[in-house]
Design a protein. Structure first.
Length: 230
């Protein structure tokens, strides 16, 4: 105990307390005890026990670190597996959702195409009905105009026929009148109107004798036998 007395120093103990690292003591034997043993982080009976404790602690810490590493790796592996499963589940959900959305979009597109087709057919039918109505109106107007033209042509035909008959009657009357005039200028008709046939010896024209109440003058030519009014 006398050899270890110098270790019971206050300043030395104060320095040990102020050290930033833990201090392990293994001074003397199991029966020895100093102030440094009281202020040390850990007290061992002998220096060999300090070395044993340090090596055991390092080994234990190494084993703990290995176990912790293995635990971390296992936990990480489990987390990766869980994460992979979650990703696979999410991928399946996304794929299913995408297929559903695609199917819905296809159905919507087909419905939209059907609506467009139906509207187009309705518009086409409406245009066809409108066109048919226009064609019927044009046909009706054409028939009406053709009927009016036929009536006009029939009227003109009847008018031309009437005018032809009228002009023909007038021509017949004129011809008949001219025929009467021509026939009235013959010798017999002239004599019947009161003219006389007189011949002179020297073929000189002379006035015919007029019957009483008759007027009219004629001249004669003894050589030609023609009579002309004076």
């Amino acid at each position: 105990m006398t050899d270890l007395y110098w270790l019971n120093d206050l300043e030395l103990a104060r320095c040990v307390c102020r050290l930033p690292v833990p201090v392990f003591t293994g001074i003397g034997h199991e029966r020895d005890n100093t102030i440094l043993d009281e202020v040390a982080h850990r007290r061992c009976d002998t220096p060999s026990k300090v070395i044993g404790w340090i090596s055991g602690t390092v080994y234990a810490n190494a084993n703990a670190a290995i176990e912790n590493l293995l635990s971390i790796l296992k936990t990480a592996g489990d987390a990766i597996v869980i994460h992979d499963r979650s990703l696979e589940l999410l991928r399946r959900e996304v794929e299913a959702s995408g297929k559903q959305l695609l199917t819905t979009a296809q159905h919507d597109l087909e419905r939209f195409i059907d609506q467009i087709r139906h509207q187009s057919q309705s518009r086409i039918l409406g245009v066809e009905h409108e066109l048919a109505r226009y064609l019927e109106a044009i046909r009706h107007a054409s028939h009406r105009q053709i009927g009016e033209l036929d009536q006009g042509i029939e009227y003109l035909r009847n008018l031309i026929a009437h005018l032809g008959v009228q002009r023909l009657g007038e021509a017949e009357q004129a011809i008949e009148f001219l025929a009467r005039e021509i026939l009235g200028l013959g010798p017999q008709a002239t004599l019947k109107r009161g003219f006389a046939l007189v011949r002179a010896r020297r073929a000189a024209p002379s006035r015919p004798q007029r019957p009483p109440g008759k007027s009219g003058i004629s001249s004669s030519n003894s050589t030609t036998g023609r009579y002309r009014p004076a």
